[in-house]
Ligand binder design. Structure first.
Ligand SMILES: Cc1ncc(COP(=O)(O)O)c(C=O)c1O
Length: 345
């Protein structure tokens, strides 16, 4: 039985088990439905088995060796990946401006960080791609056990993962791809190819960022026969949140359905229309689900402030441009509001 169906079931038992709210004592009544579905491992539910089956099914959908459901974000997937393939004292290559979890993962593994730098695009105030050349330069000089790259970056800059993989293979290094912002990629041909299919040994995606998932649901995909489970167990609670895990199962089913794939296409079309309709602004070309915008006579911070005074909050701003995060929950109405506000500039 799927996790989703277990949570839908009505049991005629009294559980003298955790959690002690007994699915009917609602201290925070706004979250009543959440309490109702918040169960633990019991003989009657056996959600662990359902989770295993759901993860196996997910691996089939994504075409990976294994896929793990994460309820502590991509952060936990990156930490687990490093713990799975790096030992104390070994070196890990990472971007010096990467998300904090990359360095934290290296520290937790007792490994040594080696950094690479990326070039900044002065026009947009964002970092450019990670290239195979940048990675090879480092791998040539030091014995590196694993390489962590971020692709896509926040703003949708995608690196040539296949080329980077070739280099990693040549020097015997594992490749960990932080694809936190690319969870929609496996489900739409109009989007860049997911690192799952271009050689990432470990690929980590946040479902909560662009794929409509609850905070902080995420996935860890593994394309190797390596013990990731043990690494995950070291950093994961023994009392998992089954409502969150079931939401991941449902989320993947949705993305993989006609409806889900249609929603992604609709999002891309709506964003394309917005970009066409707002002629005074400049939009960064890259991942078509991202909106990175520059307005004439305004720097990024001024644009961000202008949007905020018009009741729109952006995701990330630099001195040159502003990024508005979109995903499967970004509907036509919301984009139309953004369009109206941008047209006021
Ligand atoms: C590039 C990148 N990697 C990893 C993370 C961590 O993801 P999560 O919040 O799912 O733990 C983030 C979060 O902002 C991110 O932007």
């Amino acid at each position: 039985m799927s996790l989703i169906n277990i949570l839908r079931k009505k049991f005629k038992l009294d559980f003298f088990t955790t959690p002690s709210h007994s699915q009917k004592f609602f201290i925070f009544s706004k979250l009543k439905q959440f309490y109702k579905y918040d169960i633990s491992e019991t003989d009657a539910y056996k959600p662990q088995e359902a989770l295993m089956v759901a993860q196996k099914r997910a691996a089939k959908i994504y075409g990976t060796k294994s896929t793990y459901f994460l309820t502590n974000g991509s952060t936990s997937g990156i930490v687990a990946s490093v713990l799975a393939c790096v030992r104390t004292g070994e070196k890990v290559l990472l971007w010096d401006e990467s998300h904090a979890c990359h360095l934290n993962a290296v520290k937790l593994a007792g490994a040594m960080p080696v950094y690479y730098k990326l070039v900044k695009d002065g026009n947009w105030g964002i970092y450019t791609q990670t290239t195979a050349e940048i990675i090879e330069k480092k791998l040539k000089c030091e014995k590196i056990k694993a390489v962590i790259i971020t692709s896509p970056a926040y703003e949708g800059i995608v690196s040539d993962v296949a080329k980077i993989k070739e280099v990693c293979k040549k020097y015997g290094a594992y490749l960990i791809v932080d694809e936190a912002h690319g969870a929609l990629y496996p489900f739409c041909d109009k989007l860049p190819t997911s690192a799952i299919y271009s050689g990432g040994d470990f690929v980590i995606q946040s479902l909560h960022k662009t794929a409509g998932g609850l905070n902080p649901t995420a996935l860890l995909h593994c394309n190797l026969d390596i013990d990731v489970k043990n690494a995950l167990e070291m950093i994961t609670t023994t009392s998992p949140s089954y409502p969150l895990l079931a939401s991941i199962e449902k989320n993947i089913n949705f993305l993989n359905s006609k409806k889900g794939r249609g929603k992604i296409l609709e999002l891309i079309e709506n964003i394309e229309d917005l970009k066409k309709n707002v002629q005074y602004c400049e939009f960064y070309e890259g991942d078509p689900t991202k909106i990175l915008v520059k307005a004439p006579n305004l720097n990024g911070f001024e644009l961000s402030e202008f949007l905020y005074t018009n009741k729109i909050e952006d995701e990330k701003t630099n001195e040159k441009s502003t990024m508005l995060l979109c995903g499967v929950g970004t509907d036509f109405k919301k984009l139309k509001k953004l369009e109206r506000v941008l047209k006021k500039i």
